[in-house]
Design a protein around this ligand. Structure first.
Ligand code: C2E
Ligand code: CA
Ligand code: CA
Ligand code: CA
Length: 275
């Protein structure tokens, strides 16, 4: 009947507005959290597979929410990107990570994830250059991680930006490699120093011949292009052994170390010794 239809519409409408309200609350909370710096940067180390030496650590942001506790990035980065709040938040992360890294041993690099939205900011290069100068961190100790999506959109502008970073001495890593759609030609066009193999390829590495074949071909490709390879999501000693045999340069994952605050990272041994 007509009235039932109207009811249906009302319920639907209410569900929609509840969702919208939750989103608005989260957006308001996020705005407030940025103004009050209620975020923490944690660092996950990565190690040279051959020597076991720590080579760097990746900055991973968390939101310290007064009610909901520590919120992982997957739950607020997308909203921060949609609303543009990733720009001030991202600048804060860059400053925080560079400041923290100055207290680490000089051979430990810091890797920072940049969102495609941040790439649209004309000032991003100046932000990075100024932050390096103010913190005193040498550009050689900074690595920027970007995903393939940055290569598909605004490729020309992004190429210029990446070349400027490269000229400054900053390293560039292609994150989540193997999950997207970019063509291999991107690897020769853009000045990458490193490929990070996505954790979905780890699986049961010793038994999965197909993953091993893919990793092996990525290693060959990277070598030919003068790039290094990091495997992420390494959780078992078997995976680490497999990666060593396949010639992967660096390993990162729960087996080697979880993301931790800088104070904790500073206390950790710089050599990984599996027990
Ligand atoms: P990502 O850059 O691919 O980071 C790796 C994610 O895998 C991290 O999740 C890390 O904690 C998790 N991880 C590390 N080792 C293992 C492992 O052995 N097993 C498994 N299953 N997972 C592992 P996290 O910290 O929740 O970050 C998720 C994503 O959020 C990141 O993926 C990145 O895309 C984004 N993100 C984090 N921090 C930032 C940031 O500062 N800026 C931007 N733009 N994005 C960030
Ligand atoms: Ca990353
Ligand atoms: Ca990744
Ligand atoms: Ca990711």
């Amino acid at each position: 009947s007509k009235s039932a239809g109207r009811n249906c519409f009302t319920v639907y409408d209410e569900a929609m507005s509840a969702e919208l309200e939750a989103r608005n609350t989260l957006e308001g909370d996020l705005r407030d959290a940025i103004a009050r710096c209620l975020f923490e940067v944690h660092y996950q180390p990565y190690f040279d597979v051959e020597t076991g030496r720590r080579r760097g650590a990746e900055a991973l942001v968390r939101w310290r929410h007064p009610v909901r506790g520590l919120i992982p990035p997957d739950q607020f980065i997308p909203l921060a990107e949609e609303t543009g709040l990733i720009v001030p938040l991202g600048e804060w992360i860059i400053r925080q990570a560079c400041d923290d890294a100055t207290l680490w041993p000089a051979d430990t690099m810091v890797s920072i994830n940049l969102s495609p939205v941040q790439f649209k900011q004309a000032e991003l290069f100046d932000v990075i250059e100024t932050t390096l100068r103010n913190s005193g961190l040498s550009a050689e100790r900074l690595e920027i991680e970007i995903t393939e999506s940055v290569l598909l959109e605004r490729a020309c502008e992004n190429l210029v930006f990446m070349e400027r970073l490269s000229d400054l001495g900053v390293s560039l890593a292609l994150d989540d490699f193997g999950t997207g759609y970019s063509s291999l030609s991107c690897l020769t066009t853009f000045p990458f120093d490193k490929i990070k193999i996505d954790k979905s390829f780890m699986g049961n590495l010793s038994a999965q011949y197909k993953s091993a074949a893919i990793i092996s071909s990525i290693v060959t490709l990277a070598r030919g292009l003068g790039m290094s390879v990091t495997a992420e999501g390494v959780e078992t000693i078997e995976q680490l052994d497999g990666l060593k045999q396949l010639g992967v340069n660096f390993a990162q994952g729960y087996l080697l170390g979880r993301p931790v605050p800088t104070a904790e990272l500073e206390k950790q041994p710089v050599i990984f010794r599996p027990r």
